[in-house]
Design a protein around this ligand. Structure first.
Ligand SMILES: NC(=O)c1ccc[n+]([C@@H]2O[C@H](COP(=O)([O-])OP(=O)(O)OC[C@H]3O[C@@H](n4cnc5c(N)ncnc54)[C@H](O)[C@@H]3O)[C@@H](O)[C@H]2O)c1
Length: 344
C-alpha cells in the first residue's frame, strides 16, 4: 500500500487515475490540483469522501506550500499529471505551458528531492515519481507505412505544448541522474472518454453536433491519431506505479489508429442513432473543414509492446464500445459540459 500524490487529479486523465486508485487498489490518494479551467471536482464526486482520499487545492509552482503538504501527508509516490494540455491553446499563448509544464515540474521535482532527503522521508527504494508525458514529444510519423513510436524514438516536439512536455521529461531525467529521484516516464497517446474538457476533438464534435452547429475539422481530416480509452490509460499508469523500475520509460497505447475524419464520421453515425437531428438530415452534414492548425502533426502511433511484455498490461476497452459509451455520456451530460464552458 502506498500514499500517492496525484497532481492534476481533478483533470480528465488525473481524475480517472484517482478513481482507479480508490476503487481498484488499496492505496491512499492525495489529489493535488490548482483547479484551472480544466479541473473540475465533479469528476471526483464518486470518490471524494472516501476515507482513503483527500483533496488539496494547490498549484505545483507553489513550492513551499507543496513541500509543507509532503511533510505533513508523507507520500511515498507521485503521479504527476498537472499540466496545460491543449495544443491549440499553446499555439495561441505558449507562456502558461512553460510556466506550468516546465517551471511547475522543476518546482515539484525540487519538493520531491527535499522530501527524499528529509529525515522522515521515504527510502529511495520505495518511492516512485511517475511522470505522465505524451507521445507528442516524438513529433509525427508519415500517414502511410505503419511505423510506430517506441521508447527509443528521438525527441522532436513540434507544438509549444509538446516542447514544454519534452522539456519536463528532460528535467525528470536530470533530477533522476543528479539526485537519484526514482522516476519513470510515460508517453501516452491520444486519450478519450467521459468527462474530457470540451475543447478537444471528440467532445467538441459531439457538443457541436448536438447544438446543430458546424463541426470543425482541421485541414482535410486525414491526420491520424492513435486512441486509448481514459480508463485504460489510467490502469496503465497505476500498473507502472506499482511495478516499473526507476529509470524505465513506457509508451502507452491501444493500437487504435483512426483518421480524424473517420472519428468524427463515426461520432455522427452514433448520434444519428442516439440523438437524431430534428430536420431528418444526418449529423455528418455539419462537418466543416477549416484552415489547418499550424504545423499540424500528420500521424501519431505508439507501440505499447514494452509495457505489455514487461508489466503484463493490456487495454480492456474496445474502440467501438468505448466511443459509443463516450458519445452517450456527452449526450447525457450536455448541460454539465455547457456549464463548464460557461464557467471560464
Ligand atoms: N489527454 C490526453 O490525450 C493525454 C495524452 C497523453 C498524455 N497526457 C498528459 O496527461 C496529463 C493530464 O492530461 P489531461 O488530458 O487530463 O489534462 P487536463 O487539462 O484535463 O487536466 C489538467 C489538470 O491539471 C490541473 N493543473 C493545471 N495547472 C496546474 C498547476 N499549475 N498546479 C496544479 N494543478 C494544475 C488542472 O486544474 C487540471 O485538473 C498531462 O500532463 C498531459 O500532458 C494527456
Amino acid at each position: 500500500m502506498r500514499r500517492v500524490v496525484v497532481t492534476g487529479g481533478a483533470g480528465f486523465l488525473g481524475s480517472a487515475v484517482v478513481r482507479h486508485l480508490i476503487r481498484r487498489t488499496e492505496h491512499e490518494v492525495i489529489t493535488l490540483d490548482a483547479l484551472t479551467y480544466a479541473g473540475d471536482l465533479r469528476a471526483l464526486e464518486s470518490v471524494a469522501s472516501h476515507p482513503r482520499h483527500r483533496f488539496e487545492r494547490l498549484d505545483i509552482r507553489q513550492g513551499r506550500a507543496v513541500q509543507a503538504l509532503f511533510e505533513e501527508a508523507r507520500p511515498d509516490a507521485v503521479i504527476h499529471l498537472a499540466a496545460e494540455s491543449h495544443v491549440d491553446r499553446s499555439l495561441d499563448h505558449a507562456a502558461p505551458f512553460v510556466d506550468t509544464n516546465v517551471v511547475g515540474t522543476a518546482t515539484l521535482l525540487d519538493v520531491v528531492r527535499a522530501w527524499l532527503d528529509h529525515p522522515d522521508g521515504p527510502s529511495r527504494d520505495r518511492f516512485r515519481f511517475v511522470h505522465v508525458s505524451t507521445d507528442e514529444v516524438y513529433g509525427d510519423l508519415p500517414i502511410e507505412g505503419g511505423e510506430r513510436f517506441d521508447e527509443e524514438s528521438p525527441y522532436d516536439p513540434h507544438s509549444p505544448y509538446a516542447a514544454s512536455k519534452a522539456a519536463s521529461d528532460h528535467l525528470v531525467g536530470a533530477w533522476a541522474h543528479s539526485w537519484a529521484v526514482p522516476a519513470v516516464i510515460t508517453h501516452g497517446t491520444n486519450t478519450y472518454g467521459p468527462g474530457q474538457y470540451p475543447e478537444k476533438l471528440i467532445p467538441v464534435a459531439i457538443l457541436r453536433a448536438l447544438a446543430g452547429e458546424p463541426i470543425p475539422l482541421f485541414g482535410s481530416g486525414r491526420n491520424v491519431r492513435d486512441w486509448i480509452h481514459v480508463d485504460d490509460h489510467a490502469s496503465a499508469l497505476v500498473r507502472i506505479l506499482e511495478r516499473a523500475e526507476p529509470g524505465a520509460r513506457f509508451g502507452i497505447g491501444a493500437r487504435c489508429e483512426h483518421a480524424n475524419l473517420a472519428v468524427v464520421s463515426q461520432i455522427c453515425a452514433l448520434l444519428d442513432e442516439i440523438a437524431p437531428r430534428a430536420d431528418g438530415e444526418g449529423h455528418a452534414a455539419a462537418i466543416t473543414f477549416v484552415a489547418d492548425r499550424p504545423g499540424h502533426d500528420r500521424r501519431y502511433a505508439t507501440d505499447p509492446s514494452a509495457l505489455e511484455t514487461a508489466l503484463g498490461w493490456s487495454p480492456e476497452v474496445g474502440w467501438a464500445e468505448g466511443l459509443r459509451a463516450t458519445v452517450q455520456w456527452f449526450v447525457d451530460h450536455e448541460q454539465w459540459c455547457r456549464d463548464r464552458l460557461n464557467r471560464r
